[in-house]
Ligand binder design. Structure first.
Ligand code: CP
Length: 302
């Protein structure tokens, strides 16, 4: 098998996406796998992370491989001025795969062009977060029983929220309808609205959270991404724009589920956690099985 990386969710066909979801289901039934014994995988996090890094590193360990890497660039030679290109060329000498998060859009694609081993994009700026999308799809399928003809209401920071961009593209294989709930300054970017138009997919935009709580199958909440704002005043204007609480969920569909890539700040109140609609912590747990499946597939095993 020639080298294959996962940089954008569009690097995977619909069949590959479904294959990953099936493999993840197998790993959820039995997570004690060790067929990657002898492999070494780099985990390079140039930007903070809790879930993505720890679930990827756990996935590597569960598959029997070992991890090297860093989660603080100040402890690397990047702090002495070494370039991303040189860093990737070095690490490429040591490992069988690179998992990378970086604040710059396009950085993972660039790394995949420099490296001879597969690269997984664990988030590049406001661009893409494809492994999150695969675990989102896994969570949607698990809670709804299927992926087809669902109404997905994406709420919050749709401009900088990279998980919404990847999810929108992945769901386009499954005849979705979208609602985009965002303030004007954080609207879904034109490039993604054009993508939906070109693919004949329906979407509606609103600024009011109450408008489409009752007719969606998935309520996909997101955090306003403070770290992407260049002007702190603009962040202050929108930081608490939506706050979901349990009293707002009285008329929702019985099987509606609330997803959130996490971390959350104020957009979901703690009383929602106790409702049958909250799925975000289980969603994060699903990341382990999905990331095990992604690593296995890209290394040519399953
Ligand atoms: N969902 C997500 O990417 O979380 P972390 O930033 O904690 O990895």
């Amino acid at each position: 098998m020639s080298k294959k990386s996962l940089i954008s969710i569009q690097d995977f066909t619909k069949e590959e996406i479904l294959h990953i979801l099936e493999t993840a289901e197998e790993f959820e039934k039995n997570r004690e796998q060790d067929f990657l014994k002898g492999k070494v995988i780099a985990s390079l996090f140039f930007e903070p992370s809790t879930r993505t890094r720890l679930s990827f590193e756990t996935a590597v360990n569960r598959l029997g491989a070992r991890v090297i890497g860093f989660s603080d660039v100040n402890n690397t030679s990047l702090s002495k001025g070494e370039t991303l290109k040189d860093t990737i060329k070095m690490v490429n000498n040591y490992v069988d795969m690179i998992i990378m998060r970086h604040p710059l859009e396009g950085s993972s694609r660039y790394a995949s062009e420099v490296a001879s081993v597969p690269v997984i994009n664990a988030g590049d700026g406001a661009n893409q977060h494809p492994s999150q999308t695969l675990l989102d799809l896994y969570s949607i399928k698990k809670t709804q029983g299927h992926l087809d003809n669902l109404t997905i209401n994406m709420v919050g920071d749709l401009k900088y929220g990279r998980t919404t961009h990847s999810l929108l593209q992945a769901m386009s294989h499954f005849h979705p309808k979208f609602v985009f709930t965002a303030p004007e300054s954080l609207r879904m970017p034109e490039v993604y609205r054009d993508f939906l138009d070109a693919n004949g997919i329906d979407y509606e935009e609103t600024t009011h959270l109450e408008d489409h709580l009752d007719d969606c199958d998935i309520l996909y909440m997101t955090r306003v991404q403070q770290e992407r704002f260049t002007d702190p005043i603009e962040y202050e204007k929108v930081k608490d724009v939506y706050s979901l609480n349990a009293s707002m969920l009285g008329q929702v569909k019985e099987n509606m589920k609330i997803l959130h890539p996490l971390p959350r700040v104020n957009e979901i109140s703690a009383d929602v956690d106790e409702t049958p609609y909250a799925y975000y912590f289980k969603q994060a747990g699903n990341g382990l099985y999905v990331r095990m499946a992604i690593i296995s597939y890209l290394l040519g095993y399953r």
